[in-house]
Ligand binder design. Structure first.
Ligand SMILES: [Fe+2]
Ligand SMILES: [Fe+2]
Length: 168
């Protein structure tokens, strides 16, 4: 048997053969929650704060892009998916804007921490809504074979985005 020619990304766990898109997404959700927690505990004027913020910024952007392309796009093709997908995409945009604000202002001030708290609040709200509502409604739209194919595509895209954002 010939070895697969698909290169595995170093930054992401390979998909288990029976893994669904929702399992793969939840793994990143846990990473996002942990990074938000660490960010809010970080001290001003430390290298730690900057590196945690950078890790969170990259994780949010890579996850959103891969999730939009490999979950929201197929869901948008179904009438039942239009409204919840639009709502979630709007929240991705709001998180993007908060990240942009955090990139331009001084990382040590009280206003930076106030915006970081807003971002953490938004992230937690969004992830909870996806896990409690959106995954259930999408689960009815996608069949099992597609859920597994999407997991692999999502992981490949997430890893590619992380590599490209780390270089930027
Ligand atoms: Fe998500
Ligand atoms: Fe999302």
């Amino acid at each position: 048997m010939r070895a697969s020619t698909v290169k595995k990304a170093p930054t992401t766990t390979p998909a288990r053969p029976t893994e669904s898109i929702f399992d793969a997404l939840r793994e990143s959700h846990e990473r996002q929650r942990a990074l938000c927690r660490q960010l809010l505990r970080s001290k001003p004027h430390t290298a730690d704060r900057l590196s945690i913020f950078t890790a969170l910024r990259i994780e949010l952007a890579a996850h959103a892009a891969a999730e939009e392309r490999h979950l929201y796009v197929p869901i948008l093709m179904d009438d039942r998916g239009l409204s919840p997908a639009r709502h979630a995409l709007h929240e991705h945009h709001q998180m993007d804007e908060l990240v942009e604000d955090l990139q331009v202002t001084d990382h040590s001030g009280a206003s930076w921490m106030a915006t970081a708290k807003q971002l953490s609040h938004k992230v937690h709200h969004h992830l909870r809504e996806e896990e409690k509502k959106f995954f259930q409604s999408s689960g009815k739209i996608l069949d099992d074979a597609l859920k597994m194919r999407l997991a692999k595509r999502y992981r490949r895209e997430h890893a590619r985005m992380v590599r490209s954002l780390q270089k930027a």
